[in-house]
Write a protein that binds this ligand. Structure first.
Ligand code: TYD
Ligand code: MG
Length: 461
């Protein structure tokens, strides 16, 4: 394609798949009717290639010697929010591009405004650019969060050309773009929020971040599937991807690292939405177990690991007689196939007649947990509900359950036990192979079990 010549390309608005002709169904994400024609005036690889305006003023590339590059500790900028720093791997890396995604109203703008407040409070120059809200709206939100220093800069703008100029002029250390879907580049003719606009805009921000050493934090809206619009394009371009999760009805929010070029990705940060913005939740386990019914059948506490952090969660099960031929099975917060498998194990290996029962399994508090270490907890919750026999409220159980009904070892067992001991639990059912190690944690009784039947005999006989 000749340079400068306008051409049209069809983009899937759901996943960013690019095609030279229209298609009814996207081969990438299988969505129907998602192709929209967009005019592109550059090379087809414009996502990767910087735009003309971004390149203006860039220096000639010179390769560096790897061993000569010094890493300074202060290259990481602490956000002043411990939970966020943990997910980021210590803080915001200078010149990095971070994407914060999440459902509308979950608290993305609030979190980033709090970051700006903390950074400007500790003497850093920050610029908050909003394409969604007016200055007064931002001011109203800021008043709820608390006092700001005088130096924090605000800008309401959606034109990236203007934004680039302001950033070059002001030279802030950190910039927040709220949100990438509202930004547009005049050189691209398609509408803001379309795949080509979003990736062109991100490309420009990438050049700015790397060229000027500015840390850029981008807010991204999610599609109904829960991914940022144009996800593959965006996620490839940025250094760090964080997603806000959480139940709309609960006040807690979980920030999860999905991609991180500067740290581990399996860390989470737990926040609570308060009147004065987002507050860190230090003791997440206590928070998750809040309001747990004591002496109710079908309720078991299990321990899951979120990164390096143990988290206690309540598993609830309700098993009742089915009035239809095909029993109903439902799970919230955990994998339904896994629940079906565990019920089959219980039926076959322990002779529990579950075939004619409806079963509902729920992770209290709206957490989503896929870790197999919760298997034993799920099995015990199901059986406790089936027999209508409550377990001791001071008991926790964890372990992976295999198809022969064996309880297999899990990682970091000792940390899980220590967390339970810290919260006042007195008995822990753990895989037999981990029992020795778990006893070292101290302060809590350990029961090592080899099979599901062993566990049942010890606590539900
Ligand atoms: P917001 O940060 O605007 O969400 P996003 O940018 O992800 O769309 O969050 C707005 C929600 O948070 C809104 O429903 C009101 C609530 N909220 C509080 O409860 N307390 C607060 O101090 C603030 C600023 C917002
Ligand atoms: Mg917002």
């Amino acid at each position: 394609m000749a340079k400068g010549k306008a051409a049209t390309v069809f983009f899937c608005q759901n996943c960013g798949y690019e095609s030279s002709k229209w298609m009814g169904q996207c081969p990438g994400c299988k969505e129907w009717n998602s192709f929209v024609e967009e005019t592109v005036s550059k090379s087809p690889h414009m996502g990767a290639a910087p735009s003309k305006s971004a390149l203006r003023g860039a220096s000639v590339s010179v390769p560096s010697v790897l061993s000569d590059i010094a890493i300074k500790e202060e290259d990481k900028l602490s956000t002043g929010i411990g939970e966020l720093d943990r997910v980021l791997g210590g803080g915001i890396v200078q010149g990095s591009l971070t994407l914060v995604g999440g459902d509308p109203g979950i608290g993305k703008s609030t979190l980033l405004l709090q970051v700006c407040r903390n950074l400007s409070g500790s003497g850093h120059k920050v610029l908050y650019i909003s394409g969604e809200e007016s200055l007064t709206q931002i001011k109203m939100r800021a008043d709820r969060i608390g006092a700001f220093t005088r130096d924090m800069l605000l800008l309401c703008e959606t034109n990236l050309g203007e934004i680039t100029n302001v950033i070059r002029e002001q030279k802030p250390e950190a910039v927040v773009i709220d949100s990438i879907q509202t930004m547009y580049n005049e050189e691209v003719s398609s509408a803001p929020g379309s795949v080509s606009q979003v990736r062109e805009s991100t490309g420009i921000l990438l050049q700015l971040a790397k060229g000027l050493g500015v840390s850029v934090l981008i807010v991204g809206h999610v599609t109904k599937e829960g991914t940022v619009a144009g996800p593959r394009v965006l996620e490839h371009m940025v250094d760090t991807v964080l997603y806000f999760e959480g139940d709309r009805h609960a006040s807690y929010r979980i920030l999860r690292g999905v991609k991180n070029r500067f740290g581990s990705t399996n860390e989470i940060g737990v926040f609570e939405m308060r009147e004065q913005g987002l507050a860190e939740v230090q003791n997440a386990s206590e928070y998750m177990l809040d309001g747990r019914p004591e002496d109710a059948s079908g309720s078991v506490v299990a321990c899951t690991m979120e990164g390096t952090r143990p988290l206690l969660v309540e598993i609830q099960a309700l098993v009742c007689h089915s009035s239809f031929g095909i029993p109903r099975r439902q799970s919230t917060g955990t994998d339904l196939n896994r629940v079906n498998l565990l019920m089959a194990v219980l039926e076959k290996r322990s002779g529990v007649q579950l075939a004619s029962c409806d079963a509902y399994v729920n992770i209290a508090g709206g957490m989503k947990i896929l870790e197999p270490a919760t298997d034993l907890g799920i099995v015990l919750a199901i059986l406790s509900s089936f027999r209508n026999k409550p377990l001791s409220p001071k008991l926790i159980a964890f372990g992976e359950v295999g198809l022969s009904g064996e309880v297999r070892s899990v990682s970091m067992a000792r940390q899980r036990v220590a967390e339970a001991a810290k919260l006042g639990f007195d008995t822990c059912i753990v895989p037999y192979v981990c029992a020795e190690d778990c006893r070292k944690a101290g302060g809590i009784g350990i029961i090592g079990v080899k099979t599901v039947q062993d566990a049942i005999d010890r606590v539900l006989a």
